[in-house]
Design a protein around this ligand. Structure first.
Ligand code: ANZ
Length: 844
């Protein structure tokens, strides 16, 4: 009849879960093993969207699954409620950021409840609550005490539109991640967290996550940290006391250095050119201005013509005493390595392009045509030192314009001649070390984490600037430093924190002397908030500690972390870093916060990303109201593999609705009692049930949720056939199959599953019912007898698996001894195969 009141059904079970606290994590006395399942918490910027629907569906499937496996599961939720969206909305609409934020939270919370997610609602946290952010302030002071939070003046990424500093990670293709404005450079004194001190550990520990995190994310993290191994080499500079150090990944090519290049926007370039002629100084000034207008990406782009100016200064190659002209060129970056390079044009493409543009010498020092093992070839050289070897002249970089970057044998390199790259690197470093002019070195692309923001809606930095210029922590017993009321403050971005203008707030006293002093007016990057929130869920409401180490011991690290791949770098890297700091402080006993990571794909529409601006949004709230949570959840789970993007036009909520109605109707049709003897049930239906009981746990652990739904649909079809066929509704196998359906369906459609469970005569909740194990006897494949005919006569019978396919059956028949004997020397000209029962050969 299909007349199910879907909304009443959902409301009924949600009320019961709420009243009974069905999904609260078990306390300390709960003896079940524990699992911590966490979905990335939402920003409260407006309504939830389909991406959230997917995210919280997947975490719920995992959480429910582990409960059905007998675990005590923690599945908490909270809100990442500080940050720019609230502040911008406040500026645009004149609303109070606090009111705006908490109104959105209330709305999102309602949607998540209506979605039937099995969250532990007793642990909700909002990062903008002062009992949360006081622990950000505590964390900041802990890092400060350990020298891991410090201030420095540096060129920062500046968004002219948002009027705020951005972390490197928030600059995408030279544009502000949020608003798309072109990012500029500006000098400011800012707070940093010293994440670079953890670079090696952050890189090396990724190996532990191999196989548990998506490969793509591991690679993105590795690239972001970007470790290069090589040497620092000191070059004496004529007319300067201090040498200039360069970082090189190819110290083996030191004999091939023919000039030096420094970044135009480095202090070094400015200093060196000060000793040059007035013309050179003018040329340099113009070039510097031009450089400052380029983005980092433009500067590094390979196909741009090389530009630069000669600084009229010379460096001395420490290995051979050669005099190298020093140039300034924008392809060298001021904030990588030492902002200066030894240029080896024969073996580095950028250096070669530059040498060809300015007619500088090119000297080959690696013979890339020579075999890497075996005898050392003897090669004649021309006056530039380029081998006259006919083969090598064909690949002469001066002619081809292609740098020789491959492996080979050292030439032109004094005592290094004949060595391989690896041996030459080792040898040259030994030589430099002996002479005190070089050493082994590593460089990282990773930069320290800039955490100051000149914005209102964030955690105030808990430091005081005293009259004598010191910066001291706010005493621990005065935390939290609460945000003042936004009323009366101008929140429009101006490059200075609006908090600086909150007179009554910013004015304070020096905690040491009681003299007047000023609070630090900046707030923290919201990535600080999300770097440790997973720990706060373990000790909610603890007002003496950020978290209790005993709770961390019990629950953490997170067993399954679920969220979008857009957080592959920043959030995950920061959370990993803070976890390692907490480990070093002795507060946690693990070094990685998230033992496994699941990234979901996006929900798109007609192949395009959904967005408000494109007007192609499918609204979560509306879909939820239209179809009910269960149909939406089943449709999304069925739409495709977790990590794939799903096109909304392929998501069939009506199909899902029909499937759920069929499942529910079957529960109503079961006429047997709970105490039936299953073994007496219909064997073929039992086989289907037990196959799924065996496969479902494996499939869920492999996150193949869509396959589980497909298999459930098959089971429901099989039950329907059994009920309408010979078995009938009273057959014990029917009850067994419907019960199994309800248990597994609970991952996807928990309201329907609860209803089925009740109809079947059980007490709620199905949510904690441990899944039955499959009976191995029922997993053995069924076999049938196939007959083989030759020209119409039965010649053999074969015992074959019931599910054998046509090809396999034909192959078996052709190879059977009785068939071969009966064939004699006759040839098979035609085979008709009807798996699994008949094979019929015709001969000539
Ligand atoms: C000499 C050389 C010879 C180099 C050769 C490469 C090949 P990664 O792998 O990215 O770490 N370099 C060093 N500092 C730089 C800077 N601030 N801006 C631009 N380039 C810089 O690259 C390290 C290599 O990039 C270094 O090794 C240096 O060039 C250059 F056949 O030194 B090499």
């Amino acid at each position: 009849d299909g007349a199910i009141d879907v909304h009443a059904l959902h409301a009924k079970w949600q009320r019961l879960w709420e009243e009974r606290g069905t999904f609260l994590a078990g306390g300390d006395k709960d003896t079940r093993p524990r699992k911590y399942v966490l979905a990335m918490f939402p920003y409260p910027s407006g309504d939830l969207h389909m991406g959230h629907a997917e995210n919280y569906l997947y975490s719920d499937i995992v959480a429910r699954f582990w409960r059905h496996r007998g675990y005590n599961v923690l599945h908490p939720i909270g809100w990442d409620s500080f940050g720019l969206p609230a502040e911008n909305a406040a500026i645009q609409r004149g609303a109070d950021p606090r009111e705006w934020t908490y109104a959105n939270i209330a709305q999102q919370r309602e949607s998540l409840k209506a979605y039937g997610v099995s969250f532990d609602w007793s642990r909700v946290l909002h990062t903008s609550d002062d009992d949360y952010y006081r622990w950000n302030q505590w964390l900041f002071q802990q890092l400060h005490e350990r020298g891991l939070a410090y201030r420095k003046e540096s060129p920062v990424n500046w968004c002219p539109n948002d009027q705020t500093v951005l972390a490197n990670e928030q600059v995408v293709d030279s544009a502000c991640e949020r608003c798309g404005a072109t990012v500029e450079k500006k000098k400011l004194t800012q707070w940093y967290f010293k994440i670079t001190e953890y670079a090696d550990r952050l890189l090396d520990d990724l190996n532990q996550l191999e196989g548990f995190w998506p490969q793509k994310v591991l690679q993105m993290q590795r690239n972001w940290i970007g470790r290069s191994v090589g040497a620092d080499i000191d070059f004496r500079i004529e007319g300067r006391d201090e040498p200039v150090t360069v970082f090189s990944t190819r110290p083996d090519t030191l004999h091939g250095a023919t000039f030096m290049v420094v970044a135009p926007d480095s202090d070094l370039a400015v200093e060196l050119v000060a000793g040059a002629s007035p013309e050179a100084r003018t040329r340099f000034q113009d070039y510097l201005l031009q450089t400052q207008q380029q983005t980092e990406i433009e500067r590094q782009s390979a196909d741009r013509p090389k530009t630069g100016v000669f600084l009229e200064r010379f460096a001395i190659n420490p290995i051979n005493g050669e005099r190298l002209p020093i140039w300034a060129a924008d392809y060298v970056l001021a904030d990588y390595g030492h902002g200066a390079v030894m240029a080896v044009p024969a073996h580095d493409q950028r250096d070669l392009d530059f040498a060809r543009a300015f007619d500088l010498p090119v000297r080959v020092v690696v013979d890339t045509t020579a075999p890497i093992t075996g005898a050392i070839p003897v090669i004649e050289l021309d006056e530039d030192g380029v081998p006259i070897d006919p083969q090598l002249s064909e690949i002469d970089p001066r002619v081809t314009g292609e740098a020789l970057t491959g492996e080979g044998r050292m030439i032109n390199s004094g005592s290094l001649d004949g060595l391989s790259k690896r041996n030459a690197i080792t040898r040259v470093i030994e030589q430099l070390e002996a002479a005190g002019t070089g050493r082994r070195a590593k460089q990282y692309r990773l930069r320290d984490w800039l955490i100051s923001r000149q914005r209102f809606w964030g955690t105030p930095i808990p430091m005081v600037h005293t009259q004598d210029g010191d910066i001291v922590p706010v005493p621990a017993d005065e935390l939290p430093v609460r945000l003042p009321d936004a009323a009366g403050l101008d929140l429009k971005p101006k490059g200075k924190s609006p908090l600086g203008a909150a007179t009554g707030w910013v004015e304070t006293t020096d905690p040491r002397t009681g003299e007047p002093a000023l609070r630090d007016p900046d707030t923290m990057d919201t990535f600080v908030d999300s770097s440790w929130y997973y720990l706060r869920f373990l000790s909610p409401g603890n007002d003496g500690k950020a978290f209790d180490p005993r709770d961390a011991d019990r629950w953490a690290p997170v067993d399954a972390y679920i969220g979008g791949v857009e957080h592959a770098i920043l959030h995950l890297l920061y959370a990993r870093f803070i976890t390692k700091v907490l480990f070093d402080m002795g507060l946690v006993e693990f070094t990685e916060p998230f033992s496994s990571l699941i990234n979901q794909g996006m929900v798109i529409l007609d192949g395009a990303k959904m967005s408000k601006s494109k007007g192609n949004l499918v609204l979560f709230k509306e879909e939820l109201e239209r179809h009910g949570a269960d149909a939406l959840r089943v449709a999304l789970a069925f739409a495709g593999p977790v990590e794939d993007d799903k096109d909304w036009k392929d998501v069939s909520t009506t199909g899902a609705q029909k499937f759920l109605a069929r499942a529910l109707r079957l529960a109503q049709e079961v006429t047997s009692d709970k105490d039936v003897v299953w073994a007496e049930g219909d064997v073929s239906l039992r086989r289907v049930t037990h196959r799924l009981l065996a496969d479902a746990p494996v499939l869920v652990e492999q996150t193949k949720f869509n396959v589980v739904v497909a298999r459930l649909m098959e089971l429901v079809n099989a039950i329907r056939k059994a009920v309408d066929g010979a078995a009938g509704p009273a057959d014990p196998a029917v009850r067994e199959a419907v019960e199994a359906t309800a248990m597994i369906l609970d991952l996807f459609a928990p309201h329907t599953a609860e209803e089925m469970w009740e109809i079947l005569g059980y007490e709620p909740s199905i949510g904690h019912v441990v899944w039955r194990n499959a009976d191995p006897a029922l997993l053995v494949e069924e076999s049938v007898t196939a007959v083989v005919q030759i020209d119409g006569k039965v010649r053999a019978t074969l015992e074959v698996p019931a599910k054998i396919d046509t090809d396999a059956l034909e192959t078996m028949a052709r190879g059977d001894e009785r068939v071969l004997r009966a064939l004699g020397d006759r040839q098979i000209v035609r085979a008709i195969v009807r798996a699994p029962k008949v094979v019929s050969f015709s001969t000539k």
